[in-house]
Design a protein around this ligand. Structure first.
Ligand code: ATP
Ligand code: MG
Length: 230
């Protein structure tokens, strides 16, 4: 049971394979202090999302262990783990329904006012107010009336509302304009406050937010350090 999760994460000599042919992670050891923000960077296929998958316990390691607050994830109840972690994915999950319902996803008990407050904090309220019916605007599955940047802000509002101890952001690679990037950067700073965060980062501006950056190559940690050190 992870009641009152602190959010300290440890990988102890973790190896993982999705199949017999290839090893996705080799001997990964890393320690993320509660409240720290770390970035995972590296080429496509280097193992960044796989690390996120193991923290979420979508899979168990082939060797070694993943621990949160010192507890091996194999000994932790899945629902208590899931309550403590929010994931913001490369492709924001949008379902058909209105904007309000989409942001409330993951916190079904949240009031309309709480949804609006979270949207204001991350700067999503501006674009939502400009939509035909504001928070009541219907969106299709995959959110095709929203730009990539708007979908990202919506997912930040959703994550803020869920208020997890651990936040995992698999950053979208989609190109967004500079103005939106600035908004996303501000939103991210608000979102990171007071939690442990793992940023799978593509933008330099995101990487700079991190206390520690891990460079992955072929499932191994090549080096780590602050932005200035690397
Ligand atoms: P990207 O920047 O493209 O998102 P990544 O660093 O997140 O890349 P991973 O998704 O962690 O890379 O993939 C690591 C390795 O595991 C790759 O060789 C990939 O082909 C393989 N892999 C990822 N997901 C699966 C899966 N579901 N089944 C089998 N192999 C997979
Ligand atoms: Mg990935």
């Amino acid at each position: 049971e992870l009641t009152g999760m602190n959010g300290q994460i440890e990988f102890d000599h973790v190896a993982f394979s999705y199949d017999e042919e290839r090893t996705a992670l080799h001997e990964i050891s890393l320690n993320i202090k509660a409240g720290q923000t770390i970035a995972l960077v590296g080429h496509t296929g280097s193992g960044k999302s796989t690390i996120a998958n193991l923290i979420n316990r979508f899979y168990d390691p082939t060797a070694g262990s993943v621990k949160i607050d010192g507890h091996d994830l194999r000994d932790v109840k899945l629902d208590s783990l899931r309550r403590g972690i929010s994931v913001v994915l490369q492709d924001t999950f949008i379902f058909s329904g209105n904007i309000m319902e989409n942001i409330r996803f993951g916190r079904p008990d949240a009031t309309d006012q709480e949804v609006i407050d979270a949207s204001k904090v991350v700067g999503a309220d501006d674009f939502i107010q400009r939509l035909a019916n504001g928070y009541e605007t219907e969106v299709e599955e995959r959110g095709n009336i929203l730009s990539a940047g708007e979908r990202q802000l919506l997912s930040f509002a959703r994550a803020l509302l869920a208020n997890p101890r651990i936040l995992i952001l698999d950053e979208a690679t989609a190109s967004i304009d500079t103005e939106t990037e600035v908004k996303i950067q501000k939103a991210l700073q608000r979102l990171l406050t007071g939690r442990t965060a793992i940023l799978i980062a593509h933008r330099l501006s995101t990487i700079r937010e991190s206390d520690n950056i891990f460079v992955l190559e072929n499932g191994k940690i090549l080096e780590n350090g602050s932005h200035d050190e690397l």
